[in-house]
Design a protein around this ligand. Structure first.
Ligand SMILES: Cc1ncc(COP(=O)(O)O)c(C=O)c1O
Length: 394
């Protein structure tokens, strides 16, 4: 069979010319056996890299016990997973979904119901420019990308976009009908950009004053990528709702939204929301394995230790190549913004030839999302391969 046969797939993805077969640690191998250093981690999913023995064993054990039960029954794995996530994020009530997009949809419903219970119908949302929250009609309404939105209008009514890291622009949009402010603590798809401490704490204060829900989208930047479980911990701020997915399952398709006890008690009731698969025993076994391995392998500490090394490597690359405008990021979520003269898509192809996988984001930005298990030597290897690739553009 031709692995590149696309004739039965809906053509929504522009693919790289690589057929991956297996992975080991931070390396991936294609069907010809070519080895790639992975600084993409399945778009921020595979935080534990590949073929982690403990993770695989936990999943295999669960497969042999039971994969799915529906949410109509109790199961040990969902009880453990909800406790693990609640402890990590500081919000006590969790709803499991199958993806990040669905977590975002669920949070929109929580916010609308919270407002509805206060007598507000058709409540409004504030999201940020350059945001990404997903592609379903609800999540897409919060994703301020004209190209993604245009063919699918009308979207959810009452969404307005503020400028990220510009508190005044948020203040200007607040109305009596505003029920929630959605913010990625570190913007990802729209270009890597961490929220400032001042912006985040101001959002928290505004939300407290106006009884608006602060929703932290931590789907990409959460689960340890910043060196803390959730990036908002860097600001000493607790949102009302947090969205998680990607590295929460490290490969098993899971997502979740977590809400504070107060918001939970004033929003979704029995029958208000549901998901057939969401939080099934298999998905939750993956989540529990992730939390166990994070602790055993000291993942958060590893990210904190290696962040300065990665930042130093990227800063020195930026200095060497004048067509790189800017480095920005938090933890092991970093971006190099390029001037228009060099196309990031071409850089990614050159890097692939040299066995290095990278991603793009924003307008012309190279994105670094390595597995969180990387070591110093992997950063050195990335730097060497990327410099060789960039030399092609001099
Ligand atoms: C910040 C953010 N929110 C939401 C999503 C959507 O998540 P999913 O693709 O799991 O539906 C993504 C995916 O890239 C994301 O980065």
């Amino acid at each position: 069979m031709d692995f590149k046969d696309q004739s039965h797939l809906v053509q929504t993805y522009k693919k790289f010319d690589i057929t991956l077969e297996r992975g080991e640690g931070v390396y991936l191998f294609d069907v010809q056996g070519k080895k790639y250093l992975d600084f993409a981690s399945g778009i921020g999913v595979c935080a534990l890299g590949y073929a982690n023995a403990d993770y695989n064993a936990a999943l295999k054990t669960q497969i042999d016990k039971i994969i799915h039960t529906s949410n109509l029954f109790y199961n040990e794995q969902i009880a453990k997973a909800s406790a693990n996530l609640a402890k990590a994020c500081g919000l006590s009530r969790v709803f499991f979904t199958n993806s990040g997009t669905e977590a975002c949809e669920g949070a929109m419903k929580v916010a609308r119901k919270y407002a509805f219970n206060k007598g507000i119908k058709g409540a409004h949302f504030i999201a940020m420019k350059n945001s990404f929250h997903g592609r379903s009609l609800g999540a897409l309404s919060l994703t301020s990308n004209a190209k993604y939105q245009k063919p699918f209008k009308p979207l959810i009514c009452g969404v307005q976009y503020a400028k990220f890291n510009d508190f005044k622009s948020v203040q200007k949009l607040v109305r009596d009908k505003t029920c929630a402010i959605f913010v990625e603590t570190v913007q990802g798809e729209g270009g890597i950009s961490p929220a400032t401490h001042k912006f985040y704490t101001s959002l928290r204060r505004l939300c407290d004053e106006r009884d608006i829900l602060l929703v932290a989208d931590e789907i990409q930047c959460g689960m340890g990528r910043s060196g803390k479980f959730f990036a908002y911990e860097h600001f000493g701020v607790l949102p009302d709702i947090v969205l998680s997915a990607k590295a929460l399952g490290c490969g098993a398709s899971v997502g979740a939204f977590a809400v504070s006890e107060r918001v939970a008690s004033k929003s979704l009731d029995l029958g208000d929301h549901g998901s057939t698969y969401g939080g099934n025993p298999f998905a939750c076994a993956a989540i529990n394995a992730v939390f166990e391995i994070y602790e055993k392998q000291n993942i958060l500490q590893n990210v904190t230790n290696l962040t300065p090394t990665l930042e130093k490597a990227l800063n020195s690359i930026k200095k060497e190549f004048k067509f790189i405008k800017k480095r920005s990021g938090l933890g092991l979520m970093q971006g190099l913004r390029f001037h228009k003269s060099v196309k990031v898509a071409e850089v990614i192809k050159e890097a692939q030839k040299r066995g290095l996988l990278l991603l793009s984001c924003g307008e012309n930005e190279l994105r670094f999302l390595p597995p969180l298990i990387i070591r110093q030597e992997h950063i050195d290897e990335m730097q060497e391969r990327l410099i060789k690739s960039l030399n092609e553009f001099l």
